[in-house]
Design a protein around this ligand. Sequence first.
Ligand code: GLA
Length: 520
Amino acid sequence: MRINRQMRIGVALPWVAFAGFTAAQTPVSDPVPVAGVAPLLTPKAPLAPRINGPRITGVRPGKPFLFRLPCTGERPLTFAAEGLPPGITLDSTTGILRGASTAAGSHKVTLGATNRHGTTRRELKIVVGDTLALTPPMGWNSWYIHYNRVTELHLREAADQMIKTGMADYGYQYVNIDDCWMKAKNEPPFRDATGDLLANDKFPDLKGMVDYIHSRGLRAGTYISPGPWTCAGYAGSWQHEARDARWFARMGFDFLKYDWCSYESVAGGKELAQLKKPYQLMWDELRKQDRDIVLNLCQYGMGEVWKWGAEVGNCWRTTGDLGLERGSKLPGFYQIGMSNAAHWEHARPGAWNDPDYLLIGWVGDAHGMGEGKPTTLTADEQYSYMSMWCLMASPLIFSGDMAKLDEFTLSVLCAPELIDIDQDPLGKQAAIIKQDARQLVLAKPLEDGALAVGLFNLTDQPQRLEIPLEALRLKPGAGVREAWRQRDLPAAADTLGAEIPAHGVAVFRLTPKARLALRG
Ligand code: GLA
């Protein structure tokens, strides 16, 4: 495993206190981290099958459906599904669901997985309807590792790695190219005789690449700008929007990031109408296609995009580039995360605030489009990053090197109870309960009536953080589960508290007592 600079020995790790108990009675003992090794909070996946990832997914009537059932556990596994919408079938050995259904409505499907250690079942709602991205998209994007060096092979390799590393078993699904797959400004022609886009030499068989990604049960994403050029100076869609939408659909893409960039030069201003126009145009064109293409707006939050992004897209970047954000006291993701957190009221199924990618593992410095290097974030900062993104119901798009995923990075990306919080079908983004120089407290209501709460220590010293249940609008008494370590803790009487390492976090799933009693 890679060694990060944060490696600490014997720090106090989170525990929950409840009123009336002294600290001496409450700590839950933790394995002492070994010197030089990042503490892995995420328990190893059990050998018995466990279905992870989204519990709801949407597809438009009659459009191709592709979903690889995310399941951990020893292979071989045998999969089953009951209640599938007519037209959609399951491959019981690969767990890949495919087909198309015209049966509009919400279908309660019971998924099953069996191996020699046991059987598990979980419900997946397949909603044949109008809305895509019913939960935040999860996947990988090429930008922060391959920049203008990206090739078709990187994408094929990313798809292989998504399966080999197990990321796909947790719900990661989209394999997305970013900028630099088309012809650059100095490489005309940009389009063929019919006007269709031409990929550059590093993408000799774009269609074959997408087919390959699909053959693995994963979805493929692409990128372009509504302007004449992309941010990195490659051909854009300006005045070819309808043709490009058709071409993306013909290539088989499932996701499009539409990046404002040089549109600035043709927009004629930055009033709301001008900001919205290119996205409205592409949204309308994509919806005419014979396949579902999720639209990701990338215009850095202009014109308070969170207020109108849902009318013309499925998710919208709320800030500038995370990789260019220079932190001051805190690493850049805090700045971006806290700015994104403020827009919590605007997120809902099919419409998500996007604070940019998960930049951990091996990533290349965006200043200068560098080669990959191990992240300089501490382990606790990485836990905070993932926790903040999950509480904010953010798209979970990793943008580091898929070929160099180490055990620690995977344990952060593939934490099933954090992913459950992110992918919760209610689709609420966490509200900010408390925010000052010392701490941030986020709380996200979940579909089953529970509340996910994150206590973030923003200081560079360990400290105890506490929040009264009342401040979370909870009555005294709540069941407490620690999401990273996946363990139940003693119930909280009236205060939730934890000792939290520098720049660290504790995430809890609180089950209100009233609900516990009801379940009886
Ligand atoms: C912009 C976007 C980034 C990336 C680059 C590509 O900066 O915000 O996410 O797509 O363009 O050039």
